[in-house]
Design a protein around this ligand. Structure first.
Ligand SMILES: [Zn+2]
Length: 437
């Protein structure tokens, strides 16, 4: 290795969470991938086309937001402090029915991508209608995204039924599948919005095309009783009977799961996405994260959409997840900082089936990484950098972000997206959305 594209010298490098931080190390990047992580002292003989010094910073893998609805950023704060049912039925669904269209999805997803990049998120798992429009937005932003192709049985402006959803989703995948920053999965919205026949089709497509399946599982307290009344079994047992579970199955929320569900998720190596802020804000409860961890179920973190959060802040989710687990279990040792940072990085990558490409800074992996400035007096002193990242700093301290080796945030400024343009798009939609319903 004589010349590389980029050399980053940092005060701390955290290549794999939670294995700890390396002091005064360098990350070398070539062709969009990590070429090496080594002591800065040893990197001095290596020439780099670009050389950046980060003397008070931590370099770590980009965060993965394992569950969001990017386009719903346009609905941020439009109906706060309202219970789930009236929130959906009186505020969210009527507006979606009126405005749901590719340009709405594009602009909302673009705002979401900008916010996430600014907060150190390099990859998200975005579930929403018109995934082709979202793909266009993520592609413009430079961010990595898994687009969850949505499936619901009822008619929407996107499609007439589940078959229409599958058709439209798979067509979007055909258009974008060669874009290296995009990946795809199938997303039946929830067990209660998608019947057995549609679930079975989803399972067939998922196996044929080797796509993950993700769904909102047991988010609200009454979902189990409804499932038992209608199908005679709980929702997860039903999806398991339909063949949906396995290492490619992503259970989102999983708040009201019982021990049998936890055993099933563990036995079949399923993934869980924990969305603590959304769960608290909609008063849905606290997911049994430590019980899942005890069975070695891999747990990732998600912000959910900005309509129910109201920010796409994975550092914030990590901090909250840790605090919540401590209070829920009465154990201050529950979900320590390294565990939640792993949930926000490598576990997120694993949930999306991308752990061989992203989630850690290892030779050969994609150069998706972020620099966080810990040099300010307001953050001093710093005894343990991983602990600091969770309990002291916030997403505002993220200053630089690279995806595939491309700098998409440069000293706090977006390189591909224009702030005035983003604000103009937000204003355009706000004027329309606040008049409805
Ligand atoms: Zn959601």
């Amino acid at each position: 290795m004589s010349t590389v594209d980029l050399r980053l010298d940092a005060r701390w490098v955290i290549p794999i969470v939670p294995e700890g931080a390396l002091e005064h190390h360098s990350v070398l990047i070539e062709g969009g991938r990590i070429a090496a992580v080594m002591p800065t002292l040893h990197a001095d003989g290596i020439e780099a086309r670009e050389h950046i010094s980060l003397p008070s910073h931590a370099l770590l893998p980009g965060l993965v937001n394992a569950h969001t609805h990017g386009a719903m950023t346009l609905l941020r704060g439009i109906a706060d402090d309202i219970p789930l049912k009236p929130w959906l039925e009186d505020h969210i669904w009527p507006r979606e029915a009126r405005f749901l269209a590719p340009d709405f999805v594009h602009d909302g997803s673009l705002l979401a991508a900008a916010e996430m990049i600014r907060g150190g998120v390099t990859c998200c798992n975005d579930m929403y209608f018109f995934p082709d429009a979202a793909a266009r937005a993520y592609s413009e932003s430079g961010m990595r995204a898994m687009l969850a192709l949505p499936v619901v049985d009822f008619p929407t402006p996107y499609a007439a039924d589940a078959d229409g959803c599958l058709q439209a989703g798979l067509a979007a995948r055909d258009l974008w599948k060669h874009e290296p920053r995009l990946a795809f999965s199938l997303a039946p919205h929830a067990p209660y919005t998608v019947g057995d026949a549609s679930w079975s089709k989803v399972v067939v497509y998922a196996r044929q095309l080797e796509l993950p399946i993700q769904t909102h599982l047991l988010e609200a307290p009454d979902e189990r009783a409804q499932s038992v009344a209608r199908y005679g079994i709980g929702p997860l047992q039903r999806l398991h009977a339909l063949g949906a579970t396995g290492p490619g199955f992503i259970a989102i929320h999983a708040i009201h799961i019982d021990q049998a569900d936890i055993d099933l998720l563990a036995t079949h190596a399923c993934h869980v996405v924990h969305c603590p802020t959304s769960n608290l804000k909609l008063a849905n409860g606290i997911a049994p994260v430590t019980a899942l961890q005890a069975r070695s179920v891999s747990i990732a973190l998600g912000s959910d959409g900005a309509a129910s959060n109201n920010r796409l802040d994975v550092f914030g989710e990590a901090r909250l997840a840790s605090l919540l687990a401590k209070t829920a279990t009465g154990d201050a040792g529950a979900l320590p900082a390294p565990s939640v940072l792993r949930m926000a990085t490598l576990n997120g990558a694993a949930a999306l089936g991308l752990e061989r490409e992203i989630g850690s800074l290892e030779r050969g992996k994609q150069a998706d990484l972020i620099a966080v400035d810990l040099g300010g007096w307001q953050h001093a002193p710093c005894y343990d950098v991983v602990s600091h990242l969770i309990y002291v700093i916030g997403r505002d301290q993220v200053c630089d972000v690279w995806v595939r080796g491309e700098r998409v945030l440069d000293s706090g400024e977006l390189t591909r997206l224009n702030a005035h343009d983003l604000l103009a798009r937000a204003r355009f939609w706000q004027e329309r959305l606040e008049r409805q319903p």
